[in-house]
Design a protein around this ligand. Structure first.
Ligand SMILES: [Mn+2]
Length: 349
């Protein structure tokens, strides 16, 4: 519908115009197809920044690290002459950001598009299995038209070649689920990229198979929670309880990953006592565990504010509030005991 070479050449002209400052924006929780598209455009054309106002996924973060890419987390769109949105099929994926974005260029490969009434140019090619293949088309056209100093030849800066190769092939690989959804054209694109940039599929897998990194104190919290864990059976469910000094939500989730069906974790700090709960899907689907209800009910009983979802919930009590209201702040043991009791009531175990 929106695929025309007229549009494509106008987009390439804008990208190639060094005097036009551009920001390439990726959708919510930007994946390697979106981030890879943006990184390749940045490597090939001048005066481009990348913005990920609603975050990027873990594999996309690994890709950014591999090519030393940087993203703006709070872009000021008014500082740029042109906004380019990649791999995004509707405005919802950019949430409130769309209120501040004016006349964007849209480059995408999804078949179904909600209208973008104020798009400057819309280039959509649903025959492409990934947005990165579309970007490769743009790059190759720009080289052909001599609109970039980038080239797939030995004379080109090796860092730029590598960035383009790693970014586009990683995007293609992930969007096609490791070539499961690839079409013949996909292999064509990948073969050209591997030949031209000297990277290999092994390089891509190295990026994608990196262990997730632990930020802040989560690792310590997870390990301490495991070390201090106690567990009991309620009906058919294994229920774990533990306590940490921070990151109780991460710790509760960690306990479900090592085998608990339901996990409660409490942290008691100077200012606040907090509890977090996580349940495996089986506990929710087959045993009627509704952690949001449990947290809400037990919270009310003990003076906490509590609630959440069936599989993930929490409650907290600021100590200042407790003092004001004349509530005795419960300790760790008492809180965990009340939560186990609340769960028993909930599932009738
Ligand atoms: Mn995509």
């Amino acid at each position: 519908m929106s695929r025309s070479f007229e549009t494509l050449s106008r987009i390439i002209e804008t990208l190639a115009d060094e005097s036009v400052s551009k920001v390439v924006v990726v959708h919510h929780n930007g994946d390697p197809d979106a981030v890879g598209s943006a990184l390749a455009l940045q490597a090939v054309f001048q005066n481009i920044r990348i913005a990920a106002p609603l975050g990027v996924s873990v594999p996309a973060r690994n890709l950014l690290k591999a090519v030393s890419g940087e993203v703006l987390e709070r872009p000021r769109y008014e500082d740029f002459d042109q906004v380019v949105i990649v791999d995004t099929s509707n405005r919802v994926q950019l949430g409130d950001e769309m209120e501040r974005i004016k006349e964007p260029i849209i480059i995408d490969h999804h078949a179904y598009h909600e209208p973008w009434p104020d798009a400057l140019f819309l280039y959509v090619d649903p025959n492409k299995a990934s947005c990165c293949e579309l970007v490769l088309e743009i790059v190759e056209n720009a080289i052909e038209e001599r609109l970039t100093d980038f080239d797939f030849t030995a004379g080109t800066d090796i860092d730029r070649l590598e960035t383009v190769g790693l970014s586009l092939v990683t995007g293609i690989w992930t969007d096609t689920a490791g070539f499961r959804h690839a079409n013949p054209g996909t292999f064509d694109s990948v073969a050209r990229l591997l030949t031209a940039t000297g990277i290999s599929i092994a390089d891509i897998l190295t990026i994608l198979e990196q262990e997730p990194e632990f930020h802040d104190g989560r690792r310590e919290a997870n390990l301490k929670a495991a070390q201090r864990m106690e567990w009991t059976e309620i009906g058919d469910l294994v229920v774990a309880t533990s306590h940490v000094s921070a990151y109780e939500a991460s710790a509760a989730r960690a306990l479900t990953l090592i085998g608990a069906d339901v996990a409660f974790c409490v942290s008691d700090t100077k200012d606040e006592i907090r509890a977090s709960a996580r349940a495996r899907k089986k506990a929710v689907d087959d045993h009627g565990v509704r952690l949001g209800h449990v947290m809400n009910r037990v919270g009310k009983r003990l003076g906490f504010m509590g609630g959440g979802h069936d599989g993930a919930a929490g409650m907290n009590l600021p100590k200042k509030d407790a003092q004001k209201k004349g509530i005795t702040v419960p300790g760790i043991e008492e809180t965990l005991k009340a939560l186990l009791e609340g769960l028993r009531e909930e599932i009738g175990g």
